[in-house]
Ligand binder design. Structure first.
Ligand SMILES: NC(=O)c1ccc[n+]([C@@H]2O[C@H](COP(=O)([O-])OP(=O)(O)OC[C@H]3O[C@@H](n4cnc5c(N)ncnc54)[C@H](OP(=O)(O)O)[C@@H]3O)[C@@H](O)[C@H]2O)c1
Length: 259
């Protein structure tokens, strides 16, 4: 029987690319996001091409209790995902005190709260069944503070720390947890974060979402705990350990400033 993967943030970018990779490997998909149309297009394409089954759940993960609602919807469909990918997330660019509170709050809800609630619900079921794989999408942003994207960088530090800790707690249960830490990647991310004026995506050349998705697939299958695609990203993640934090903050501000 085909295995099923539950994937949040499947309507664009890295999530869309990951859905394609898992479909190609024969997994049935449960796609979650707010925008229905791109997920319907994806479902049409992969169902025909790979003979799999795709379900779509429209859910705003910034809403209070969204994780529980999603869990109940999936349970009602009689689906028990073998793999969970918490990919939905977004950033916001600018000085913290000058950014609108609503967007900052929604970012915390999606990047942290929904991810934690969804992991809590599905991981418990996986432990009961004695098998499962979870991939939480963090970022290279998890490894240092990010002036002008303070809450986003902090949210990804949370995702990395949380994922590493529970991967340890779940040892021996048959459930693995992987924190994926991509660097700049081509997707809807820059537009959504309103960061086209930032130097960041000019200093570091973004890679394709497909490349990140293929790397993520192999890292998840291998049960890697921390997965950083690309040598440059690995080096940048490591480098923050060797410099005083004041230098790291200074450097991060320099590459985040407007052009
Ligand atoms: N691109 C990069 O450079 C980069 C680097 C490191 C990490 N990441 C991480 O990679 C993940 C995917 O981002 P991306 O780069 O692929 O950006 P993207 O193209 O903007 O995709 C973001 C996805 O998250 C979903 N999402 C956003 N807010 C949501 C909400 N309130 N409820 C439900 N779904 C929501 C979006 O769907 P809807 O809008 O349809 O709801 C979309 O499918 C994020 O966690 C991001 O932080 C990205």
């Amino acid at each position: 029987m085909s295995k099923t993967i539950l994937l949040t943030g499947a309507s664009g970018g890295i999530g869309y690319a990951m859905a394609r990779v898992f479909a190609e490997k024969g997994y049935n998909l449960v796609l979650v996001a707010r925008r229905k149309e791109p997920m319907e297009m994806l479902a049409d394409e992969v169902n025909k091409k790979y003979g799999i089954e795709t379900s779509i759940v429209i859910q705003d993960l910034a809403q209070e209790g969204a994780g529980k609602k999603l869990y109940e919807a999936i349970d009602h469909m009689g689906i028990h995902p073998d793999i969970l990918i918490n990919n939905a997330g977004f950033a916001d660019y600018g000085k913290f005190v000058e950014r609108g509170w609503e967007k900052v709050r929604d970012m915390i809800m999606v990047n942290i709260l929904a991810l934690t609630e969804i992991t809590r619900m599905f991981a418990a079921d996986m432990v009961r069944r004695g098998s499962g794989k979870i991939l939480n999408v963090a970022s290279t942003a998890a490894f240092q503070p990010g002036p002008l994207m303070a809450v986003y960088f902090a949210s990804k530090a949370y995702v990395l720390s949380f994922s590493e800790a529970i991967s340890n707690e779940l040892k021996g249960t048959g459930v693995t947890v992987t924190a994926l830490c991509p660097g700049p990647t081509q997707s809807g991310f820059v537009e959504r974060a309103e960061m086209s004026s930032s130097k960041m995506f000019r200093v570091i050349k973004p890679v394709s979402s497909e490349k990140v998705a293929r790397y993520a697939y192999h890292a998840l299958m291998a049960g890697k705990v921390v997965a950083i695609p690309g040598l440059l990203n690995k080096m940048s993640a490591m480098s923050s350990r060797f410099f005083p934090r004041s230098i790291v903050r200074y450097f991060m501000r320099k590459i985040s400033d407007p052009v």
